[in-house]
Design a protein around this ligand. Structure first.
Ligand code: ATP
Length: 363
């Protein structure tokens, strides 16, 4: 299957009795920018290291370009890897670093020189060829590392939190430069991050992991608009997650009793959960209004506990009794409508609730 760059088939990796990657399967189509996203310790880096051949899987198979490479050493996998601190060799000039992979492959000297020159030009660092890493800026180091990783023309580039160590001002620039490089070269990137902004800005495909497993795979829009589980909804910024019990089903909707009231939620793909069953659903904070009209069937009386800015968004933290806190978002540039301590009725359209698959929702 030449159109699939990477196929993970039920891979499992244990450290002693600890399961770090649990029966994980994933297909990555040619030239895809994939982000592995999840909380610390969920198994992202281990998955990447298994793909790279830095860890041996205990079971399953890994195919790159349709060829099983599970038993191949890292240098025979058609991959390259870029680490968080770029792992440049401090004593080597930029030109030598970039040529290093080809030297290891015992390419003729003239060929190495030719390809290094071309690579330095591609990344606009030819003027830095004779410099050592300590004398480079963060962005220049990153380009040198990228040129070094890509000179062997790998099918897949694996990146482990590659911009995690850069200061904020540089991160955005570097992030979009990497995306542009990926598009231009058409090779697949597999990028590990715990930062959802990064994942949603860059990824064609976002893979949300939790406790050694995949929770959801989809485009950023899929994951934002249709989180599959309470875990995904809770992990992604801006969702309100509700847990409850189905009390009735009617016209493609279920009525769900929660600790703060009963709400109507659309059923998923026509499959209605049983009455009495435990379910969870979520509603995005920007879908909730403090000025509900006739179309906002789901309503709730709350007290505004706090108002804070999240970037350009003004977020109200609403309390009902002393239990659930709901987030309501408004564009920050609009005038504030509520203040701390205000009572309000909030509401959302039934269609804006997203029922999760299966679980009663323990993350
Ligand atoms: P982070 O974002 O913090 O890097 P991660 O999702 O990349 O997290 P991994 O580094 O893949 O997580 O680790 C997954 C689990 O496996 C963690 O609980 C970690 O402690 C454990 N683990 C990783 N490497 C080893 C090892 N060499 N020996 C034992 N346990 C390990």
């Amino acid at each position: 299957m030449p159109d699939i760059d990477l196929e993970l088939r039920r891979i499992t990796k244990r450290y002693g009795s600890f399961l770090a990657v649990d029966n994980l399967s994933l297909d990555i189509a040619r030239g895809t920018f994939t982000c592995l996203l999840g909380p610390s310790g969920c198994g992202k880096t281990t998955t990447l290291r298994c793909i790279a051949g830095l860890e041996q899987i205990d079971s399953g198979d890994i195919l790159i370009g349709g060829r099983s490479i599970a038993d191949a050493p890292p240098w025979q996998r058609d991959i390259a890897m870029m680490f968080q601190d770029f792992a440049l060799f401090p004593h080597m000039t930029v030109a030598r670093q970039v040529g290093f992979g080809l030297e290891m492959l015992k390419q003729p000297r003239a060929e190495v020189a030719r390809r290094v020159a071309a690579m330095l030009k591609t990344f606009e660092i030819d003027h830095l060829a004779g410099r050592k890493p300590a004398t480079l800026s963060g962005g220049q180091r990153q380009r040198a590392a990228l040129a070094r990783a890509l000179i062997t023309e790998p099918r897949i580039l694996l990146l482990d939190e590659p911009i995690g160590s850069l200061d904020f001002s540089l991160r955005e620039m570097v992030m979009f430069e990497l995306k542009a490089v990926q598009r231009r070269l058409g090779i697949s990137f597999v990028w590990v991050t715990h930062d959802q902004t990064e994942a949603f800005s860059l990824g064609d495909l976002v893979v949300v992991m939790n406790r050694a497993r995949i929770e959801q795979v989809g485009s950023p829009a899929d994951i934002l608009e249709r989180p599959r589980s309470a875990f995904v909804a809770g992990f992604i910024q801006g969702n309100n997650v509700f847990r409850g019990t189905v009390t009735a089903a009617q016209d493609g909707m279920v009525r769900i009793a929660t600790g703060v009231g009963e709400f109507l939620v659309p059923v998923l793909n026509g499959s209605t959960p049983p009455t009495g069953g435990a379910v969870s659903f979520s509603v995005r904070a920007e879908r909730i209004t403090d000025q509900p009209g006739a179309e906002h069937a789901n309503r709730l009386s709350v007290r505004c506990g706090a108002v804070e800015f999240f970037g350009a968004v003004r977020r109200y933290f609403m309390h009902q009794a002393d239990s659930q806190i709901l987030k309501v978002d408004q564009f920050g540039a609009q005038a504030a409508r509520l203040r701390e301590g205000d009572q309000a009725t909030i509401g959302w359209r039934a269609a804006d609730g997203v029922l999760h698959h299966g679980d009663g929702g323990s993350p």
